[in-house]
Ligand binder design. Sequence first.
Ligand code: GDP
Ligand code: IMO
Ligand code: MG
Length: 425
Amino acid sequence: MNTVLVGAQWGDEGKGKVIDFLTEESDVVVRFQGGSNAGHTVVVGDKKYVLHLVPSGVLHEGKHCIIGNGVVMDPFDLMKELDQVKSWGFNLLGRFHISERAQMVMQWHRALDKADEAARSEGRKIGTTGRGIGPAYADKVGRSGVRVGDILKPNFEDIVREHVEDANRKLRSLGAQELDPEEMVRLYMPVKPALMPYVTDTIQFIHEQLESDKSILFEGAQATMLDIDFGTYPFVTSSNPTAGGACTGSGVSPRCIDRVIGVLKLYTTRVGEGPFPTELFDEDGETLRKRGGEYGATTGRPRRCGWFDACVARFARRINGVDFWAMTKLDVLDTFPVVKICTGYRRPDGFVYQTFPMDLDALATCEPVYEEMPGWMCDTSHTTDYAELPENAKRYIERILEICGGKLGVLSVGPARETTLRINI
Ligand code: GDP
Ligand code: IMO
Ligand code: MG
């Protein structure tokens, strides 16, 4: 059984937690896009682990974890994270692999990310994580990126010098500080010995695993509404976090994929700039942020919070072909007397969009159309069986399924590993 797991909203749906849960029944976990902009949290006992580049399956000894070719990898972020994972007591050698085809996020990509954000006028800023993601993917498609395999080449130092010259031209035009090529060469010297043991042909490795009937779990980072093609462009990330990205980002055919799981938070959050039709600016929004601990796992920024948006979820089900939902954070809604589901966006002329429009200016004129439902006003965080849930909580979940389609596969009622209910999968 090969599974793709994707975020269905604007990120931070609880993908890390669900990946950790599904790793139990998988042999290999593959990250297929994004970079250290991701922050995936797994809570085991009283310990909280936050992963950025290393797949969230790493907390299960013996499972293979892969950084696929579609990822953009900052070697310093990765080295720091590998040290952390080792300090937590997990062994990596022989089970952690980096694609030699993955792109590197270099210091100049980070500098360009910051300079580009600074140069944008109000209203055009993206609110990126500042991890160099956009410039690294821009170099990839511009055919001038640095790949992981390049670190192993004897002329790596020259490659660095050449790229710094190019980057300096761009930095200059943005009025930003230039980088010293020789300093960059020195900076990158420790990278080869640190990462060499893990660099491999992951395409060969993944296909050997497929051929011996191993189960592969493809871990998406970011989410559908941050997708470069399907998200709220230009307020998006620079990769394809949707299900198709799993194939291009790891080197497998769509025929290998048996099921797609979409992770859906039972309300909505977003970090950074960009449209968010159901955003709340009142006490309810504050309650969601406090009860849900909605602060960025990567940047610590407070997340914007709002009601559940069924237009987004329906759009995500279609784009990704979601078979099952992993619904998370039901417990956060426990204290609300009323819960709301957005079913459309009404334009001033009365027209109601039921799917996510391309035109963000038109969207900005819309009001969300809500269905209100009674809350359940009791603690769901100790639920171990779906049947035990309060009737109003079941009604809320079932109404979402009715509007959006797809089946419920996993329900999460707390941050810890044990607070995960297996429903249909
Ligand atoms: P990811 O980026 O999709 O992996 O999500 P993040 O880790 O950035 O954010 C999800 C946050 O919610 C983390 O702090 C998780 O520990 C927490 N979390 C996940 N599932 C649940 C849940 O069902 N209930 C509660 N209260 N917290 C959850
Ligand atoms: P996980 O995997 C939430 C957002 C940033 C910004 C936009 C572009 O933890 O769900 P980038 O640095 O990628 O160029 O920023 O995308 N963003 C995320 N928001 N969760 C994430 O990852 C995100 N990764 C990027 O806040 O708005
Ligand atoms: Mg996150």
